[in-house]
Design a protein around this ligand. Structure first.
Ligand code: SAM
Length: 454
């Protein structure tokens, strides 16, 4: 601790640098260094960047307060290497490369102009509209010395999101991921943080060329206790990294690597709901009116209409909605779903026990209306002609506890992404059909089809 250079490229108010400086000072003092020598070493061995000048000034004061026993005894006031600059654009030679980086990067989606600014440096990890924290992860790997360690406190969406697929591949190519700590009960650790959060520790290992990393996984409680969950397997393919949240999940995920069937094998295609309520200008109605001419009116399916016990069109939600029908130019309009399908809530949080909340769309209801328009927080899983099971069976499968546990391990984001649904391991549809012949309970049938005994 006493002889390594520690860096935070988005150091803000020094929440990380302060404890690092304190521990470094203690380690050096315990080696017998006097207070001035301690401060000289600490000022040379910690550094940070931030865009916010005020936060950097506060950081300097916090560091001085944290080291005040040494400052008072020596009469020496250290100057800290805190630079007001873009942590993503700084350059430095290998000789100045820090030994350890600790970072809690900013997180938000970059707009098109910002993305252009960073594209030439980060083209190997940018896909779609990137989140800035993904670029910071890549930057920390670039900046730390070869063999050095990086510790990151970030949302968990990089573990599974499609837009982070190139970052995942690059992480497995350039580093060995050593440890993943999933933060339980994030509400008690962070104020107003909606995303699930993790600490990732990795070692820069250029040229290691691992086909996969096998980090240890722990769950970290608000009181700082770690519960070991086991290991997980992070593939290089860019696909989602399933991370267990409990020891029993670890076993399930290990088994799931054998399960090769996916939603496509069931003959269903996901489609995100077309109607974005705040910008859709088509007339909407509380009751189905009779219209003249070509136009027709279709029911709108809102996420609140979908329950694990079935679809209830027009179900009273907290918002007391009154718009349950929308005018469309024709029954064949691209926004209208006419085929048999399952509908699924698109926004569920990772701390809900049920991440997949689905209903089959009843055939009689679909026939009576000729179709429906899904609101944007609904995903329709639309049956192809050769679908392997009915919408009722697919819905029961996706609502089952086993599949929900698997999905929870695969998805670290707050929304249910189409890419994650497509990657979700499912039982072989033939095995499931066979198991359903003698099992009325879907969860028992799913477990039998998967060959799960425990
Ligand atoms: C989540 S906060 C980090 C918190 C920090 N650990 C602390 O102690 O306050 C993210 C920080 O990144 C900074 N930031 C945002 N974009 C940045 C950039 N491009 N370069 C450097 N810092 C940036 C923000 O000003 C903010 O202080």
């Amino acid at each position: 601790m006493g002889h390594q250079h520690w860096h935070d490229p988005a150091c803000g108010g020094a929440a990380f640098l302060v404890p690092i400086a304190q521990r470094m000072a203690q380690a050096l003092a315990s080696e017998g260094l006097g207070p001035k020598a301690v401060l000289k070493k600490v000022e040379a061995q910690i550094s940070g960047n931030d865009l916010d000048k005020t936060l950097l000034a506060i950081s300097t004061q916090f560091l001085l307060m944290a080291l005040s026993p040494y400052v008072t005894r020596s009469g020496y006031t250290p100057k800290f290497n805190l630079k007001n600059c873009d942590g993503l654009l700084v350059t430095g030679g290998e000789e100045n490369a820090p030994d350890v980086i600790a970072c809690n990067p900013p997180y938000r989606k970059l707009n098109a102009a910002e993305t252009r600014k960073y594209t030439s440096r980060f083209h190997d990890v940018i896909r779609n509209q990137p989140n800035i924290y993904g670029l910071f992860i890549r930057k920390t790997i670039d900046v730390v010395r070869a063999g050095g360690l990086v510790g990151l406190l970030t949302p968990t969406s990089f573990l599974s999101g499609a837009s982070f697929s190139k970052l995942r591949t690059s992480m497995t190519e350039c580093t060995e991921v050593l440890q993943l700590d999933m933060l339980s009960d994030r509400d008690s650790m962070f104020i107003a943080v909606e995303q699930e959060t993790a600490i990732t520790v990795l070692r820069k290992s250029p040229g290691l060329g691992l086909s996969q990393s096998n980090p240890d996984v722990s769950v970290l409680s608000p009181t700082g206790e770690y519960t070991d969950i086991g290991k997980c397997f992070l593939s290089k393919s860019g696909g989602p990294w399933p991370i267990p949240r409990s020891a029993s999940d670890a076993k399930l995920i290990a088994q799931a690597t054998q399960w090769k069937s996916r939603l496509a094998d069931y003959g269903y295609t996901p489609k995100v709901g077309h109607l974005v309520a705040y910008r859709d200008e088509r007339p909407r109605f509380s009751k189905k009116p009779k219209l003249k001419g070509q136009s027709c009116v279709m029911p709108i399916l809102w996420a609140g209409d979908i329950t694990v016990d079935g679809l209830v069109h027009g179900r009273l939600t907290k918002q007391k909605r009154t718009d349950y029908f929308v005018q469309v130019p024709s029954p064949n309009h691209s926004s209208v779903v006419t085929r048999p399908c399952v509908v699924l809530q698109r926004l569920t949080s990772s701390d809900q026990p049920h991440r997949l909340i689905t209903s089959a769309v009843p055939a009689e209801w679909l026939k009576a209306h000729g179709g429906f328009v899904a609101e944007n927080h609904v995903i329709s899983l639309i049956a192809n002609d050769d679908c392997a099971v009915s919408p009722e069976i697919l819905s029961a499968l996706l609502n089952s506890p086993v599949i929900n546990r698997l999905f929870k391990a695969i998805s670290g984001a707050t929304n249910v992404a189409v890419s994650e649904l497509n990657e979700l391991p499912l039982p072989d549809p033939n095995e499931l059909r066979k198991a359903l012949v003698h099992n009325a309970n879907i969860n028992t049938a799913v477990r039998e089809a998967f060959g799960i005994n425990a």
